[in-house]
Design a protein around this ligand. Structure first.
Ligand code: M6R
Length: 612
């Protein structure tokens, strides 16, 4: 959470920082701020504002020219309320250094008391201001040294970017747990929380690893080990994302754009990995892993939020086709519950950002316990992608809307692909069935386009129900997680209460909610439990509840019962969550827009949850 950016080079720093923050705003939008070194190097030029970046931009008139070094921050508040005072950057006691931070200094209270005893006074309630004072306390003209000394005193995790008065052409950054990536340019360098902020300027990047410190000048990059100061050689990687992918492209919101991108995402995730003979290839899975994958005894799937829902779907997929014990767990539970994991187990971590704190901790725990780890990740070069034994990228491209849509579809597609890959490796699927499923799999991008043709009908339905405060979602089997995901999508962007339930549980409680005011969204495509869903819907109708249903073309019983019916093309049950969730994403989007919600940046949320 929080987006940080830094620049040193020949351009005006302010526009570079602001553009960088625009791309990072999805990481937090409680406040924003920048600090640059003034032309005459006499002081920091600093502005900060509470609220979104737009508030900061409104204050930019009259910015002095020729500032070539600066840092910027967009905040998701942890310590101290969202306010101008608590906004970053923060300065040291004598304003000799300026600092932006993503993370938490856990022992900040202790450090603050120590510094207060030495006469330091603090303006804000943040842990970052304490860090800034501590760094400056150790500062004797060499910011690298000061950072090393200060960080030794800190507990917790951080990505810091700092500048000093006395080192006018130098930008310093270091990290532990939270991400930082360096952008390599010509006579200029950048640093940011993720690559999206760098894309307008360069595609050449260096990923910083934990406990590394970098010193950037316009024409040099020097990476050293944070504690010992030993020099580290780093590799420059090329990013294949482009800047257009991270722009709205004429859509009113990123979320809508990303929903419409889903047919293409499915093609890139699935079709490009299946050859003409129907064989599946994962470009980054080395041949040597085949034997290990053949021998695994248990699969754990670990993830958070929407990615957890993808994990639940994978539970059904792998349960049916791989025939191994499987357990899907949310990362925050997995990491603290002493899971029974060991050699011979495969731990699959699913994550869009590749930076989610709990998922990263779960990965490290699984590695400690000697399990084989596989990351299914969207953001290339992210920490989880780099630390896992194996990685499969979901290839959704940059997802900017806080509510995950195309990344979810890409996760589901990738998980289905991996399921078939494993099933074939382990010989748990018959050749004929495999061929048929691959044939159906190839149809998904077109089918997703079909689903999107119903957007206007979904809009009409949303207009009738956007005022409601309670929504119930029901599904079974593969589409029980779809019910959970539909409810999550709606609540996170519309702020209405929405609850997903396994339809078979309806009579064990939720049925008490049903009356003529309750809208129940029933996910009922053709499946082995279709008739059971129909019985559930009959029970809802018998109590005068309103039903919005998602079914497969030609589902007669459903069309007679449902008040609103949205259809997906015929597809095997394993693929139905990929198609049925699209309608729910559009429905959530429409309800949120009709309620004038901030769809791409819903309150209190951030795109990457890098604190637990
Ligand atoms: O980056 P990750 O996939 O690890 O993020 C996990 C969740 O934080 C994320 O899916 C969150 O639930 C989304 N806002 C849901 O739309």
């Amino acid at each position: 959470m929080c987006g940080i950016v830094g620049y040193v080079g020949e351009r005006e720093a302010v526009p570079v920082l602001i553009k960088g923050l625009e791309h990072l705003e999805y990481r937090g939008y409680d406040s924003a701020g920048i600090a640059c070194l003034s032309h005459d190097r006499s002081k920091f030029f600093m502005i900060k504002e509470k609220g979104k970046l737009a508030e900061l931009k409104a204050q930019l008139n009259g910015v002095p020219p020729q500032m070539r070094l600066g840092i910027g921050h967009t905040r998701w508040a942890t310590h101290g309320e969202p306010s101008k005072i608590n906004a970053h950057p923060h300065l040291g006691r004598d304003s000799r250094i300026a600092l932006v931070h993503n993370g938490i200094v856990e022992n900040y209270a202790e450090l603050k008391s120590e510094l207060e005893r030495k006469g330091h006074r603090f303006k804000s309630k943040t842990d970052t201001e304490v860090a800034a004072h501590l760094i400056e306390y150790y500062y004797r003209g060499d910011l690298c040294e000061a950072l090393r000394k200060a960080v030794r005193r800190m507990k917790g995790f951080f990505a810091f970017v700092a500048i000093s008065h006395d080192e006018p052409n130098r930008l310093f950054a270091c990290k532990r747990s939270n991400p930082l990536v360096i952008g390599v340019g010509h006579n200029e360098h950048f640093v940011a929380s993720d690559v999206s902020a760098l894309l307008p300027y360069t595609k050449r990047v260096i990923y910083l690893d934990d406990d590394e410190l970098v010193e950037l000048t316009p024409d040099s990059v020097r990476v050293t080990q944070l504690q010992k100061g030993t020099k580290i050689q780093k590799k420059v990687s090329e990013i294949n994302w482009n800047v257009e992918q991270a722009q709205k492209g004429g859509f009113p919101h990123f979320m809508l754009k990303e929903i419409y991108e889903q047919p293409r995402v499915l093609s890139e995730t699935i079709l490009e990995r299946i050859d003409d003979k129907g064989n599946i290839h994962f470009e980054l899975l080395p041949k040597s892993t085949v034997k290990k994958l053949q021998k695994i005894k248990k699969i754990h799937i670990v993830s958070c939020g929407t990615a957890y829902h993808a994990g639940l779907v994978a539970n059904y997929m792998m349960g049916k086709y791989v025939r191994l014990p499987i357990e899907a767990t949310v990362s925050s539970e997995f990491r603290y519950e002493d899971p029974i994991v060991g050699p011979g187990d495969l731990v699959v971590l699913i994550t869009q950002s590749g930076e989610t704190a709990d998922t990263l901790a779960a990965l490290r725990l699984a590695k400690e316990k000697k399990a084989l780890t596989l990351a299914i990740v969207n953001v290339v070069g992210s920490t989880i992608a780099r630390e896992a034994d194996l990685v499969i990228y979901t290839q959704a491209g940059p997802e900017i809307g806080v509510a995950s849509t195309k990344a979810y579809i890409a996760q589901l597609g990738t998980l289905a692909l991996f399921t078939f890959y494993l099933a074939r490796l382990r010989k748990t699927i018959a050749s004929q069935e495999y061929r048929e499923l691959i044939g159906e799999f190839r149809k998904l991008p077109k089918s997703a386009e079909q689903v999107l043709k119903q957007v206007d009908d979904i809009d009409r339905c949303a207009r009738k129900h956007f005022h409601r405060k309670n929504f119930l979602y029901l599904g079974r089997g593969y589409n029980y997680p779809t019910a959970l995901e539909g409810a999550l999508k709606l609540k996170e962007i519309s702020y209405a209460h929405a609850h997903g339930y396994a339809a078979g549980e309806m009579k064990h409680g939720p049925i008490a909610l049903i009356d003529e005011e309750q809208l129940v969204i029933c996910i009922a495509p053709q499946s082995k439990t279709y008739d059971k869903m129909i019985s559930n819907i009959e029970e809802i109708k018998a109590r005068n509840g309103l039903v919005m249903a998602i079914g497969t073309y030609g589902s007669k019983a459903l069309s007679k019962l449902a008040d609103y019916l949205f259809l997906i093309p015929n597809t095997p049950e394993i693929f139905s969550p990929i198609l049925s969730v699209i309608t729910l994403q559009v429905f959530a989007y429409k309800i949120a827009v009709l309620n004038h919600r901030d769809v791409d940046q819903p309150r209190n949320l951030a795109k990457s949850v890098t604190v637990e």
